[in-house]
Design a protein around this ligand. Sequence first.
Ligand code: MN
Length: 280
Amino acid sequence: MRIARFDNNRVGIVQGDAIRDVTGVLAQLPAHRHPFPRHDALIANLEILQNATTVRTVPLGGAALLSPVANPGKIMAAPVNYKKHLEEALADKGIHHGKLVDEIHKAGIFLKATSSVVGPSEGVRLVHTDRRNDHEVELAVVIGTEGHSIAASDALEHVAGYCIGLDMTIRGPEDRSLRKSPDSYTVLGPWLVTPDEVGDPGALEVQIAVNGQVRQREKTSELILSVPQLIAWASSFYTLYPGDVLLTGTPQGVGPVKPGDEMLASISRIGEMRVSVTKA
Ligand code: MN
């Protein structure tokens, strides 16, 4: 199933070139009042979509796609999780460390502000345009069921689905959480694809082109820490909740974007999304 949020917070199921609008199903969600739960209410209850009534069908091309997760509790992200991107990063700094597998464990998983999340239709609005602003295309994993200290062998049972993630980044000396958290610096889309349609998350191809020129293209089989290993590691530190997002790291080929650019990101078995770049 491909689950989209679109237009004015509509919820739909993508089928071919159309979206079945099933927004009415949201009335079945538990009513929450303050204090709100730490999870995303729809992601925690995706089973309600199974028998959802379609009120209308709209063409996909005319829909403004939003982030498939409305209220992520946290955005976790892996730095340097592709071998060649690690080499690229190390070459940039002119330094070299020991084992590749050790590098991500030294760097740890970092968090991005949830207020940085947008969908593809909203575009990226750059700040500090006098500095280098880079694209990073990544496989994004959306957690479906709560867990702590999850074993890698059980990890995929905690996944609600997958989407494309853009981990937009201002280069510079500050902490990652600051440089990667401006509004719109986390793009999620074009929709959430459930695991039964994606299959092995380690057998996908991730790509991004800027203005028609391919910048990054790699297979997720080249991840240093696999999706199950990342979930196990992250959950050894903190509880994962439905709607939490895990950005799995970007492959080699990161590069700058500037206002006026257009990014086209794609992941096999998920889809593609076009994202414009403007100045905030
Ligand atoms: Mn990244």
